[in-house]
Unconditional design. Structure first.
Length: 479
């Protein structure tokens, strides 16, 4: 593919630039606005003109980082022209059933009229105002809804830009709480191996330090405390050893942070909910806070509104995101108890020391409130139970494949685990050929589809998963 060239008058990053014309006056530069164009190989496209699929692909390959991606990309990304319901429509005319729910966020599907209307109505009022010294109805409405549906006692809401930021804020809450209490030595976090909590520096420090996707950063991250990955089934000896570790480290441990019930991007592992009660009890005995990262599991994905509800456990701090806006806007939240809020506010700093520019964005909060109201108005528990049944039935044939070591389903999560790393190209090609969109990683082919998925949708998604797994048995090379 020919390299993408910058249009004349653009800067090194492809941003529209300005041509410089030197003045006769020394030291003064007169800037004349350049014609705004987009550069695609040898073409010059006027601003506002529609791009072809080829042009999109070439600009994308030349300029845009994708998640965990590289330059040049190993394969071009598929160009999505539109999406509605559970379907992604590609620019080449193909239609795929989305098994990923836009990385687990689009629980209501795409172009839902309730969420579309909420976004339009809010745009007619205001898209954004700063949250320092100001407030607004969408933030108040969403905060009230969140305190209503989360475990009792979580009363204070901090609106964050993303899931990673919500975890950063949770960690800062825990550390600042103990500083306010005169215990600055309690500054470390204890967590399970095999976890994933985000891509920014604080969350990376509580991801698996050895086998995790952020292990390359271990030498520059804060040194946290790691317990073994929890077994799937309840093991009293594991609980005993976990408490012994916490007891030994309690004087420097601010909080325990875990993904309750499901370790998501770290390996799609499930564990017995009794471990959550064991953690709550141990934290209470040893004076340590408990943080639940419910970014992936929250809002019904496991069959209960939150994974914590399976054990009837309330953490001191909870992170939510992803499905919060139904996949429409980037928004997350960190909730804590009123006691934490009071203690932090009474400390030397006088408040929680964090404040994003786009905190509590009104547009995102309006859509988030509409999404949460829509969720609780529907029979979402039956919808997720139907997902569980459909995933279980549809993935049963995977057990017959020679390279499959496990098939597991919980709520709206279905996982095929292989005996070797997935080759992304061949696995994705097989899924697309079967009519489904998936994003396998490591040794896992999984799905977390929208709650509105029909039996036919689930048949397509599970068929695509089995086809992707079979493609690896037939010679897909490790990626």
């Amino acid at each position: 593919m020919p390299p993408v060239r910058h249009a004349r008058g653009q800067g090194c990053c492809g941003r529209p630039g300005q041509r410089e014309r030197k003045s006769r006056q020394p030291g003064r530069v007169v800037r004349r606005p350049a014609v705004r164009v987009v550069a695609v190989t040898d073409e010059r496209i006027p601003a506002g003109a529609a791009l072809t699929a080829r042009q999109i692909t070439e600009i994308d390959a030349g300029h845009i980082w994708h998640p965990y991606g590289a330059f040049p990309p190993s394969t071009p990304s598929l160009v999505v022209e539109s999406a509605s319901g559970t379907r992604l429509r590609l620019a080449d005319g193909r239609e795929l059933v989305d098994g990923m729910g836009s990385w687990w966020a689009a629980i209501h599907g795409y172009r839902h009229p309730v969420l579309d209307d909420a976004a339009r109505a809010q745009l007619d009022r205001m898209s954004h105002v700063m949250f320092g010294g100001l407030t607004h109805e969408p933030a108040a409405r969403l905060a009230q809804l969140l305190t209503d549906v989360t475990p009792d006692g979580l009363e204070q809401v901090f609106f964050a830009d993303s899931g990673s930021v919500s975890v950063e804020v949770a960690m800062k809450m825990a550390i600042q709480y103990w500083r306010s209490k005169g215990r600055p030595g309690k500054h470390r976090l204890l967590t399970w191996r095999g976890g994933y909590h985000g891509d920014t520096m604080g969350p990376m420090s509580v991801c698996d330090p050895d086998g995790g996707m952020h292990s390359m950063w271990s030498d520059v991250l804060p040194r946290q405390i790691f317990a073994p990955t929890p077994p799937r089934d309840y093991d009293p000896d594991y609980v005993l050893n976990l408490e012994l570790l916490l007891s030994a480290q309690a004087d420097e441990t601010a909080a325990v942070i875990v993904e309750p019930l499901v370790q998501g991007a770290g390996g799609m592992r499930f564990h017995d909910p009794r471990y959550l009660q064991a953690l709550r009890d141990a934290c209470d005995r040893h004076g340590v806070l408990l943080i639940f990262d419910e970014i992936a599991t929250g809002f019904g994905r496991t069959g209960r509104m939150f994974a914590a509800d399976h054990a009837d456990v309330r953490p001191d701090i909870m992170c939510v995101g992803k499905a919060l806006t139904g996949g429409y806007m980037t928004l997350a939240a960190t909730l804590c108890t009123a006691e934490l809020g009071r203690a932090i506010s009474a400390g030397e700093a006088g408040g929680l020391m964090h404040g994003p520019t786009f905190m509590a964005n009104p547009l995102a909060c309006a859509v988030g409130a509409a999404s949460l109201e829509l969720l609780v108005s529907r029979d979402w528990e039956t919808e997720v139970a139907d997902l569980e049944d459909g995933l279980t039935a549809g993935l049963a044939p995977a057990w017959d494949l020679p390279n499959v070591v496990d098939v597991r389903v919980l709520g709206g999560i279905g996982v095929i685990e292989l005996d070797a790393p997935v080759d992304m190209v061949s696995a994705t090609d097989a899924a697309v050929a079967a009519g489904g969109w998936l994003r396998p990683f490591r040794t896992l082919i999984y799905a977390m589809p929208p709650y509105i998925s029909t039996p036919d949708d689930l048949a397509t998604v599970t068929g695509a998963m089995v086809a992707a797994a079979a493609s690896q048995a037939q010679g897909g090379s490790p990626g």
